[in-house]
Design a protein around this ligand. Structure first.
Ligand code: DSN
Length: 472
């Protein structure tokens, strides 16, 4: 029997790798086996298509391409120009943005590029102007001091980490909290929802240069029209980090007030979460910030990864197909089914449900810390991550929450019926785990963990991962 193209491609690649370092080939094969066997509920992970994966394994990796299309610091970038321009075109078309910059290596890098662009655009700095006209070598020590003074201590207002914001939205120990004088907005203690009046009040008091919206662990939609009005009322630049929900924007699940692109001055994202592309990031903006954003490399980033930009072009082309919209709406239907299944069984959920791709279980309802719950679920074949809940008494390390998301299982083809079965497995494990003598220790009957492991495998058996890939 002849092998299909995907199996041939991956088998051949592994054979070539095995001839040099067999342990790497083995680890790659083992990773596929592990991913096939686990019930992956990590809200920020997904499974990229074989075409996306294959676009990364080639000689584009050998090329330096600092600068951007048509403005490179290295010769011989004509083919990199082709893939970078394609990825940017797909991103612009997909999201309806005027400009796209597809070089960031991650979501954090995309955010740093956005911060740089906003500072460079907004802050009056004679020293910076000198640097921008490429007279960096001519800057004196006094100029550098001035540059630091003029760019430092700018203000950022973002969502707090425990309310679901990201580290780079001004969390004090993160570089964003060091670069900026920061303040954060949280959520209403009674509802768990963003209180836009409170955000407006904080903006009026604090007068930030940048207002950031977006989240890693907030299970609800954000009204970006209102957030833009708040930003405008204090002259702030409005930035949205849509890393988690970019797939829902691409798939037109989030439209109107909930689509950040028409409302924000600048939007950043990862490409590998709900967007289902390769690991990386990108920035979208209007013409006024485009020039500064395009200076991301080398002002902020190391050399671009042309092989990843090739994969971004493939994945973004996939996201422009009609079936991606269907995928995006199934992600949300699945998350809601999972939330309903958990609620019906007595779980406590932050905000009482979800309208995006993620659900945040407050596991204090089971008498557990997030760390205990995460480990007990992992013992039972269910991969999740612990996460702080708003005003978490257990802090960011032990936490009181478990964050779960549906982008990956939806890619595999699981639907709402399987989400109910998944809710049953999660509830069974959490309700039968008891806390141990520390916030990390717990007691779970190994026989129960084995039983749930088997049930999880049975659930997944009907939905093979990468069904076209047979490694032999
Ligand atoms: N690590 C990502 C997540 O899991 O949400 C955010 O950086």
């Amino acid at each position: 029997m002849s092998l299909n193209a995907e199996s041939t491609a991956f088998r051949s690649a592994l054979e070539v790798i095995r001839a040099v370092e067999p342990r790497v080939a083995d680890a790659i094969g083992a990773e596929l086996a592990d991913q096939r066997e686990s019930l992956k509920l990590i809200a920020s992970e997904n499974y990229a298509s074989p075409a996306t994966l294959l676009a990364m394994g080639n000689w584009f990796s050998d090329k330096y391409a600092e600068g951007t299309v048509g403005r490179r610091f290295y010769a011989g970038c004509q083919n990199v120009d082709t893939v970078e321009a394609l990825a940017a075109e797909h991103a612009r078309e997909l999201f309806g943005a005027a400009h796209a910059y597809v070089q960031p290596h991650s979501g954090i890098d995309a955010n740093l590029v956005a911060f740089w662009a906003i500072l460079a655009d907004r802050v009056e700095s004679p020293a910076l102007k000198k640097a921008q006209v490429r007279q960096v070598n001519e800057l004196t020590e006094a100029d550098w001091f001035a540059l630091r003074r003029e760019l430092g201590n700018q203000r950022m207002l973002g969502m707090s980490l425990d309310a679901g914001g990201h580290l780079t939205h001004g969390f004090r120990p993160n570089i964003s909290g060091k670069m900026f004088d920061q303040r954060s907005y949280g959520t209403d203690p009674a509802t768990g929802l963003i209180d836009y009046d409170k955000v407006a009040e904080a903006a009026r008091e604090f007068k930030p240069l940048i207002l950031v919206a977006g989240y890693s662990a907030y299970p609800r939609k954000v009204n970006f029209r209102i957030m833009r009005e708040i930003a405008d009322s204090v002259g702030a630049t409005f930035m949205v980090d849509m890393a988690h929900f970019a797939g829902l924007v691409a798939g037109k699940v989030f439209t109107g007030d909930f689509d950040p692109v028409p409302h924000a001055h600048i939007v950043t994202t990862t490409t590998h979460k709900s967007l289902r592309g390769p690991r990386g990031g990108l920035v979208l903006c209007g013409p006024e910030l485009a020039d500064q954003v395009d200076r991301g490399c080398p002002m902020v980033l190391g050399g671009p990864l042309p092989h990843v930009m090739a994969a971004k072009a493939v994945a973004l082309a996939e996201a422009r197909r009609p079936d991606f919209a269907d995928y995006a709406s199934r992600i949300v239907a699945n998350a809601q089914a999972l939330a309903e299944g958990l609620l019906r069984r007595g779980a406590k959920l932050v905000t009482g449900g979800t309208d995006n791709h993620l659900v945040l279980i407050d596991v204090s309802g089971y008498g557990l810390t997030g760390r205990q719950a995460e480990r007990a679920l992992l013992d039972s074949g269910i991969v999740t991550n612990r996460n702080a809940v708003p005003q978490d008494p257990n802090g960011a390390w032990y936490t009181s929450g478990i964050r779960i998301g549906t982008p990956a299982l939806t890619t595999r083809g699981l639907g709402t019926a399987e989400m109910d079965s998944t809710a049953e497995l999660i509830h069974t494990v959490l309700s039968q785990t008891t806390p141990g003598e520390s916030k990390a220790k717990y007691v779970l009957d190994p026989a129960l963990a084995d039983k749930v492991n088997k049930q999880a495998s049975e659930l997944l058996a009907g939905f093979p991962l990468y069904p076209g890939v047979d490694l032999g």
